[in-house]
Structures are given as structure tokens and as C-alpha cells.
Design a protein around this ligand. Sequence first.
Ligand code: SF4
Length: 248
Amino acid sequence: MAAVTASSFPSQRWSELLDRLGGIARAHADVALASSLAAEDMVLTHAILDGGLPIEIFTLDTGRLNAETVAMIDRIAGRYGRAIGVVRPDPAAVEEYVAAHGPNAFYESVDLRKACCEIRKVAPLRRVLAGRSAWITGQRREQAVTRGELPLDEPDPVFGLHKYNPLALWTQEEVWAAIRALDILYNPLHDRGYPSIGCEPCTRAIRPGEDLRAGRWWWESSDSKECGLHAGNLSAIPVSVVTTKQPG
Ligand code: SF4
């Protein structure tokens, strides 16, 4: 966990974030935050709900999330009095995949892993983004080799709308300083060595010094580690392996 204190959080960063989100909401009445319920997305969720911003929030419940992650949905409703949307995969597509390949076929090949992500994450996301003009993500540049050039906003050629990454320039220390300073809810898995949280069978805790996303699809190489939600990132990979700085 990042060694930061509430007092180390710069309030300027928070004002900039609120201004940026407010601008996005004014430009796109139909914009939505796609939340993974991990730390970055909880920072954005707090900014939106506490700040009363007219931005929809939804999460993708793949059916393979940790219980701690699923519990965040009710915790958010309890804290802010507003439920977030929950988007689920097509049950028939899931059934078909499991019948053909087994429940954990994603360990067998990158293709089968991507096929599972397509059914459980990408297709539901495509469905919920259809007809919108923009979406918001909690991606940050320092999270992974695939995100080193991440802009604050960009056209999204994968889903055909505009994508905003308002935390692109934030450090991990800033994310956690905001969480401490503003008493933002967070997934308890973060306290158990999970800086990045995804589906339960595809995410493990990381060891000191490991890349922040080393626990995601750990059996694959660093440069294939996107689930398809941010497939455009893969075109900007400068090198095959990068080590991301761990917080002090
Ligand atoms: S992260 Fe794993 S379980 Fe989740 S959708 Fe992708 S392959 Fe399937």
C-alpha cells in the first residue's frame, strides 16, 4: 500500500479533477464512467457522487469477480444513496463458452483468455456504450507498459466514441492520498497486495517491486495485458517490458 498521508494530498489536484469532470459533463450529457470498482474508479466515483455531477456510473459484473469487489456495489449505494448501474454478460454466450472450453479455459491460451474477456467484458461494454458520445475511465499512465502514452482524452476507435482518462497523469501516491484525505471507500483487496483488481481467477496479489499490473493475467507477457476494454492502448507499446515504480 502507498505510504502517503491525508495531509500529503494536494487539494489543487482535486479541484482540477472536479473542473475536468464538470467540463466533460457539460460537453457530453450522455457520458458515463465505466467503473472497475478499484481505487482509481472510486476516486472518480466520489468526485461524481459527492460533487453532484450529472455523470452516470456503471460497472461490469463479469460473474467472476471477487466477493469483495461485488460488495462494493452495495457499499457505494449505502454511502452515497445512489445506486450505480450493473451490466452483465449475455448468459447464453457465457454458457456456450463454458460448454465448449470449460470454466477456466482462459489459462490455456491468450486467444481463449481474450475470448472470455470479449464475452464477459467487451460485449457488455459495447452494449452499454452504444449510442453514447463519450465515456470515462480510471486509467493512469504509470499503471502499465500499455498505458505509458495515455492522453487525458482521445477518440476511442474501438467503441466509436470519445474516451476521457481524467486520472491519466495522477500517480499511485496521489490516488491513495485522495482516498485517505477524503475518506473514500475502497476495495479491501487493495490492502492485501492487489493494486489492480479484475476477475478473481485472473488476478493475484503482487510482490514488492513487481509491476502494478503484474497480478493481472500473470501467466501472459506484459505486452498482451489488456482485456479489450482499452485495446487501443496496445498500439502504443514502446517496449516489451517496463517496471513501474512502486510507492515508497
Ligand atoms: S479477466 Fe479472466 S475471467 Fe474475467 S473476463 Fe477476462 S479471462 Fe474471463
